[in-house]
Design a binder for this molecule. Structure first.
Ligand SMILES: Nc1ncnc2c1ncn2[C@@H]1O[C@H](COP(=O)(O)OP(=O)(O)OP(=O)(O)O)[C@@H](O)[C@H]1O
Length: 234
């Protein structure tokens, strides 16, 4: 059997707020297989985004182990983490983070260019165009973010997150700002990526209907992650 894409053991995250020490993540043991979609639910402030940040190498765990796509990311330098992210991760935030001066096509192509896959410019442009077409934006390639609606910008963000066929997709409330139809479309694309490419998906959501579609639901409470056993309220 292949090893999991995500594996953490006895992982803790301590931060400080002024002089007050905070124990944000407590003894996290998490494993996510290739092609598996995990939904993480839980109250505001419970630690969901903090866990996403640790898995993405955007926040360093205080102790324990964190292995993502075969790389032990604890203790790596910022430069090493940047390379690790470019080669293995897709990240989809609620607030898109698109580059305002670049067109949709350029925003998506940039993520392939900085991943340094060695592809020619023509190949990169073709992949970016295919990803944008897949999210229904084939006719918006030359639009800058300011000329796109919120839902369209989110879909550009999704195209950018998936164009490199990442081993792990991290998504924080990806449908929070979207109408139902656009949200459903974004979700379909994420599931397709897991199914067709074997991408492991870590999805934070407050949407019970969305959580129920995942392979597994985990609940975060006061920094502890536990399997969701009772059914998610509608
Ligand atoms: N850089 C930081 N310094 C200090 N405390 C932080 C920092 N980042 C997050 N926290 C605290 O960590 C706790 C967990 O925050 P986190 O954003 O992970 O929660 P969440 O479950 O994602 O919440 P939400 O659903 O509201 O997004 C909160 O109490 C928050 O105030």
């Amino acid at each position: 059997m292949s090893s999991p894409v995500v594996s953490t053991a006895a992982m803790n995250l301590h931060l400080r707020s002024g002089k007050t020490p905070l124990h944000i993540l407590k003894d996290i043991d998490l494993s996510i297989e290739a092609g598996e979609v995990i939904a993480v639910v839980g109250p505001s402030g419970s630690g969901k985004t903090s866990l996403l940040m640790v898995l993405g190498g955007l926040e360093q765990a205080s102790n324990g182990s964190v292995t993502v796509a075969g790389t032990a990311i604890t203790g790596k330098s910022e430069d090493e983490l940047a390379i690790f992210r470019r080669q293995n991760l897709g990240i989809l935030f609620q607030n898109f983070h698109l580059i305002p001066s670049m067109t949709a096509l350029e925003n998506v192509a940039l993520s392939l260019e900085i991943a340094e896959t060695g592809q020619s410019f023509d190949n990169i442009a073709a992949s970016a165009k295919a990803a944008l077409t897949a999210v229904g934006l084939g006719d918006r390639l030359d639009h800058r973010p300011s000329a796109l609606s919120g839902g369209e910008q989110q879909r550009v963000g999704l195209a950018r997150a998936i164009v490199g066929k990442p081993k792990l997709l991290l998504a924080d409330e990806p449908t929070g700002n979207l109408d139902q139809d656009t949200g459903a479309r974004v979700i379909e694309m994420m599931f397709a990526l897991a199914r067709d490419n074997g991408t492991a998906v870590f999805l934070i959501t407050h949407d019970p209907a969305l959580a129920r579609r995942a392979d597994r639901i985990l609940s975060m409470n006061h920094g502890r992650l536990t399997p969701m056993t009772e059914s998610v309220p509608a």
